[in-house]
Design a protein around this ligand. Structure first.
Ligand code: C5P
Length: 208
């Protein structure tokens, strides 16, 4: 699809499987992928280090996203706290829209991609799962990385971020009216990826 613009917007709450699905869809179709949560995590990490949220968001460099420390629960919480600030969100819009308009197709995953960043995306998916399922998966992911947490802490963190992300005034987490819903609670990751790939493939055929 060289020279062709094709945008896939994938939104949903923490640990629903968005990241895995997004990477798999991007790899399958040869699209670029942007995990937009990393932008907020990078801002959150700099705020934890003493920075001003809006100033840090305006100065953010793509290199800041390449940092393994952005995956910790403390940074996730800081990310969701800076993400309520409208000026922080505004500072990150251009970078995301430019990425979405790349030649050859792009997949962006986050919370507001289908609603705010790319309301005209060719495909919109809303990937969700029960809070318990998501917490179980996130607990395994974090403990596999050697991060010391309890299942109860992870569930509390997931629920707290859900509430903050859904309740905020600026770009709250909500499915776009025209998004296809994928509930991964009872699915294997292979099933979820297959469903997402099928939806994108059908939409791609339509724009040919
Ligand atoms: O997706 P991830 O868990 O890495 O995102 C971290 C936090 O960043 C989320 O809890 C949310 O508050 C914020 N975020 C956002 N909008 C996006 C992506 C992430 O508000 N598009």
């Amino acid at each position: 699809m060289d020279g062709i613009k094709f945008t896939v917007a994938i939104d949903g709450p923490a640990a629903a499987g968005k990241g895995t699905i997004s990477k798999a869809v991007a790899a399958h179709f040869g699209f670029s992928h942007l995990d937009t949560g990393l932008l907020y995590r990078a801002v959150g990490a700099k705020v934890l280090a003493g920075g001003d949220p809006v100033a840090v968001a305006r100065m953010l460099d793509p290199v800041d996203l390449e940092n393994d420390d952005l995956r910790t629960p403390a940074v996730a919480q800081a990310a969701s706290q800076v993400a309520v600030i409208a000026d922080v969100r505004a500072a990150l819009v251009d970078f995301q829209r430019k990425f979405a308009a790349r030649d050859g197709g792009a997949v962006l995953d986050g919370r507001d991609i289908g609603t705010v960043i790319c309301p005209d995306a060719h495909v919109k998916l809303f990937v969700t799962a029960s809070a318990e399922c998501r917490a179980k998966r996130r607990y395994k992911e974090l403990s596999d990385k050697g991060i010391n947490v309890t299942p109860a802490q992870v569930l509390a963190d997931v629920k707290e971020r859900d509430a903050r992300d859904s309740g905020r005034a600026a770009a709250p987490l909500i499915a776009a009216d025209d998004a296809a819903l994928i509930d991964t609670s009872e699915m294997t990751i292979e099933e979820a990826v297959a469903q997402a790939v099928a939806i994108v493939a059908a939409a791609k055929d339509d724009v040919r």
